[in-house]
Design a protein around this ligand. Structure first.
Ligand code: NI
Length: 137
């Protein structure tokens, strides 16, 4: 029997979408307002899903306190109130689109999560725009 537990989290962060090898005009064409050279912020809503079997001894899939602490350490402390381009090393050379942010979050959590679990990242950049990443199968 497999079941999925979800934990919601939130962070605010600033970013600029651009390619350094393109001029401002082309960046503006492709990335629009998100390419503002002076950066801008988003309120990111994160939903982390963990899938596996219920432990017959505890009745738990995962102690949600453990998942809460992982999200706090790997995502909230690292990203909240940060400029993603300038202050988060993963985005020094990676465009901080919602797609790339979701993949980075997946990789960071996967590294410290018990490997018996499958992981799913749902990341909202706005209330209407979000992506889901479940890793490569
Ligand atoms: Ni943006």
């Amino acid at each position: 029997m497999r079941i999925t537990a979800y934990r919601k989290a939130h962070f605010n962060a600033a970013h600029r979408l651009y390619r350094p090898d393109w001029d401002d005009e082309r960046n503006k064409q492709v990335f629009g307002k998100c390419s503002n050279p002076n950066y801008h912020g988003h309120n990111y809503d994160l939903i982390v899903g963990v899938t596996g079997a219920i432990d017959p001894e505890t009745g738990y899939l995962i102690d949600l306190k453990i998942l809460k602490d992982i999200i706090k350490n790997e995502v909230e402390t690292a990203f909240d109130h940060k400029n993603l381009n300038l202050e988060v090393p993963e985005f020094a050379a990676l465009n901080p689109t919602v797609e790339n942010i979701a993949v980075v979050i997946y990789q960071k959590i996967k590294k410290v999560l018990d490997p018996k679990f499958d992981l799913e990242i749902k990341l909202y950049e706005t209330p209407r725009n979000f992506v889901v990443y479940k890793g490569e199968k």
